[in-house]
Structures are given as structure tokens and as C-alpha cells.
Write a protein that binds this ligand. Sequence first.
Ligand code: KIV
Length: 271
Amino acid sequence: MSVNKDIRRVTTHTLHEMKMRGEKISMLTAYDYTMAGIIDAAGIDVILVGDSASNVMAGHETTLPITLDQMIYHASSVVRACKRSLVVVDMPFGTYQGNSKVALNSAIRVMKETGGHAIKMEGGEEIEDSIKRILTAGIPVMGHLGLTPQSIYKFGTYQVRAKEEMEAERLKRDAQLLEEAGVFAIVLEKIPAALAAEVAASVQVPIIGIGAGNGVDGQVLVLHDMLGLTQDFSPRFLRRYAQLGETMRQAVKEYIADVKSVDFPNASEQY
Ligand code: KIV
């Protein structure tokens, strides 16, 4: 999979080795060429082309509306920018649930048309057939349990999941089932830290958390949230590493002022 002999591509195998030696895995979302190029060059291990593109790129309230064609557009842009990171592409709502043949066709389209290295699917037992069928085609699958945003209308809220014994037991069973099915990693979203740590200790595959504490094998955040480009989303688990939204607003204000005052362009900025 290497494209450049000086840069070693992160693979699903690399992630497994990282878990085995206790090295934490870093993962962020990206949806376009420019952002993906920056975070790939910064050394991120995994780039997730998340269906959160539906929220942060398209302004939808949920992840449900984004289509397979739109995910393919975002993912192919990301892949063109990445020299080192493993690129995982979210399968959008409605492209894999309920019919494993449809699921396989959707996954094949993602792999053929984007050049991505793996896909991610939300759910456990209820999508087992689809996961197994996709795996038989040699397509690596990342699982996603806990808060699964594609099921928001079933849950009704974005609150912490699996706080109750029954749901926690079900999540543990699903994690085992996904591991036995052959997924290469599992995202655990917004569940109690102790439960996430217990799952991470009980399976061989890397567990990547978001709002799942630090007892797991790696962390993922939505890029636009951690960079402070989005403002209206502030869950407890979100650490903002920059305030780029504010930086951009200031830059645009300065530009407007310079245009109005004819300070821009100056003599050295024209032909
Ligand atoms: O779509 C997404 O960004 C995700 C992450 C939050 C894990 O699934």
C-alpha cells in the first residue's frame, strides 16, 4: 500500500501492532483534500471520512441525509491528499442495513471509487450478516458501537449510552461478536469510561473512543470541532485545540476593512 518509499503507510495491521505494544492510536475526521493533507502531514494515524460530513459540511441536523455518492466525493478528495494515514470511510445510513447484498455493493463502490482503505459501519448483531459478507470480499471493516448517530430517531437523544446494565451487557456481546466476525477495530462512542476500558481489555482489536474515556486504545474527534471551527456543539468530551473559527472571522473582517479602505491590494500586490 506504500506510495512513497520514505513514508510507511499505516495499515490495519499497524493498528493491531500498536494495540499490542500499548501505543495509542490517533484518529480524526476529514472530508476534503486540503484539511486531509494538513492532518496527514501532521502524522495522524487514521483519517475517518465520517458521515458527520452531513452535519459539518452540509449543515444537516443529523447524519441520515448524506448519500453514498456524496460520501464517495468526500472520500476520494481525502484519499488524494493522504500519503501516510489509513483512510476509513463511513458507510452512510441506508446503504448496508437489512440486506447484505446491498451492503456489499455499497462497500465495493466505496473501495473502487474512492481508493479508501477500509469502511466503518454502525451497529452490532443486527448488521452481522452485512459485515460478514463485506469481509468475504476482502474489505476491512471498522465497527461502531455505543452512541450510533444513524439511530438517533430510535434513541431520541445524544445522551451517554449503555449506562444501564442491560445495554452495557448487550454492548459487550456486540463487541465480542464484531471481533469474531473479523472487524479490525471498533469505535465506542459516548459510553461510560469504565465500560469502554473493560471492552478494550477484553478484545484483541483496537478500541477507538470518542467520549469513552482514556482506558481505550485510541481517540477520535471530529476535526472541525477540535479546531474550533464549529461552535454550537460542546459536549464534555470535546477538547478544543484551537479557535480557528474566531481566527477566520478576524481575518475576513481585516480583509473587508482593507478592501473598503483601498489598502488592499497595494503597489506590490498588483501587476
Ligand atoms: O461520522 C463521524 O464523524 C464518526 C465519529 C464521530 C466517530 O462516526
